[in-house]
Design a protein around this ligand. Structure first.
Ligand code: COA
Length: 375
């Protein structure tokens, strides 16, 4: 028998077809359902883009009003989930908390096949889980959601316990829209594999969260914050970056496996940070570090096409809207719920269970000594 061809990590392997998003690495474009994600992020609300990803078209006013209603309905956690939230060990990671609390909702109505209604319910719950956990950790009762606020604004309100500014809402909205969905990445693939067994939407999302929790997938923005904190001031940037590159270390927030030109998400986020610059001097350091890093990367790694990636300005935005770095990956998770659930629904609509093969590299009985009889 000839061995099938294979590719470690399934690199370059097409696992499915999709109408949800296109990551165009050569041209630096991210497309959601036919629209440029960067343009969507600057001109549309979070809930409008959710509707687009789930339904395939932008909503009219009635459709949007109905979706907003559904989002608000999902903000109430059931009693048993609140109990779990209070009782989970203090040192459990926020990603573990989200995964556990979402799993506790399985009984409500998450049966096969997955629906948009289920997707909205699961998505709208995540910020409430995060904010409630933060409140319990601080020994307080969580605030009740403010139904006059949309999904993103309500998240900021629950975390900061005060009304967010318009610029903060816009900045986090741009971030959330740009990170909602990104092709066949590890967590999205995990969610589709689970959905392909006709398991429920919550189990598929729980698996995706498990994949996102790994540092190779969801952890880079907090690394960028550590880097900028370590650099500390503009004067130290050149020497700090030079030392890293001389030492053959990687600079966090630069380079990308797919984008071999500027990551379109980092461009949009950078544009957004400019509106926040007056409110946050920390951004001045980020601009300066980016400029020096690009110059030095070009010098130390000529021809490698290393540009700023989404994580660099994601860190800047999340810090500028005053989210602590331990909430960076959970916030990314809250927005990626939309892409996962859209993929789970799409998988269910033309399903075939994933069943790839592996190449066995162990021995076979003919080459092995017969085991001695145990009798
Ligand atoms: C994202 C990443 C894993 C993509 O890697 P990749 O496409 O497989 O590229 P490679 O790791 O093969 O790197 C190609 C070359 O560029 C260099 N390079 C890539 N990213 C670099 C970075 N951020 N800083 C310094 N050098 C870098 C590599 O050292 C390698 O150099 P070499 O040819 O001399 O060996 C990589 O760029 C990286 O680790 N970036 C930093 C972490 C980060 O920001 N992650 C978030 C991604 S959204």
């Amino acid at each position: 028998m000839t061995a099938p061809e294979w590719s470690k990590g399934l690199e370059g392997v097409v696992a499915t077809d999709t109408k949800i998003s296109l990551v165009d690495g050569q041209n630096g474009r991210l497309i959601y359902r036919g629209y440029d994600a960067k343009e969507l992020s600057l001109a549309y609300t979070f809930e409008e883009v959710c509707f687009l990803l789930w339904n395939g078209h932008l909503p009219d006013q009635n459709e949007l009003a109905e979706l907003s209603q559904q989002f608000r309905k999902g903000r109430e956690l059931p009693e048993h989930t609140r109990k779990i939230l209070k009782e989970l060990p203090q040192d459990m990671s926020m990603m573990g908390v989200i995964r556990t609390c979402l799993s506790s909702l399985e009984n409500t109505f998450f049966s096969w096949p997955p629906t948009i209604e289920q997707a909205v319910a699961a998505t709208s719950t995540v910020p409430v889980i995060i904010a409630s956990r933060m409140a319990y950790l601080a020994g307080k009762e969580p605030l009740k959601s403010d139904d006059s606020l949309d999904h993103v604004a309500n998240y900021l309100y629950l975390i900061h316990e005060k009304q967010p500014s318009e610029t903060q809402i816009k900045a986090l909205t741009v971030y959330c829209i740009l990170t909602m969905e990104h092709g066949m990445n590890a967590s999205t693939f995990a969610s589709r594999v689970i959905a392909s067994t006709e398991s429920d939407l919550i189990s598929s999302v729980a698996g995706a969260i498990g994949a996102m929790k790994g540092p190779l997938h969801g952890g880079a923005p907090s690394e960028v914050t550590h880097m900028l904190n370590d650099i500390g001031s503009k004067e130290r940037a050149e020497a700090w970056i030079t030392a890293k590159l001389e030492n053959k270390e990687k600079l966090m927030g630069f380079g990308h496996r797919v984008y071999k030109t500027t990551d379109p998400r980092s461009e949009a986020l950078k544009e957004m940070t400019k509106q926040l610059a007056g409110e946050n001097s920390w951004l001045d350091l980020a601009y300066h570090v980016e400029e020096i890093a690009l110059r030095l990367l070009d010098y130390y790694k000529p021809g490698r096409r290393l540009y700023t990636n989404v994580e660099f300005y994601a860190a800047a935005i999340l810090k500028a809207v005053e989210l602590p770095s331990e909430l960076f990956t959970p916030t990314f998770t809250a927005s990626r719920m939309v892409g996962w659930t859209a993929n789970i629904i799409e998988q269910s609509q033309d399903n075939r269970i994933f069943r790839p093969q592996s190449i066995y590299t162990g021995s076979v009985p003919e080459n092995k000594e017969k085991p001695a009889s145990r009798l």
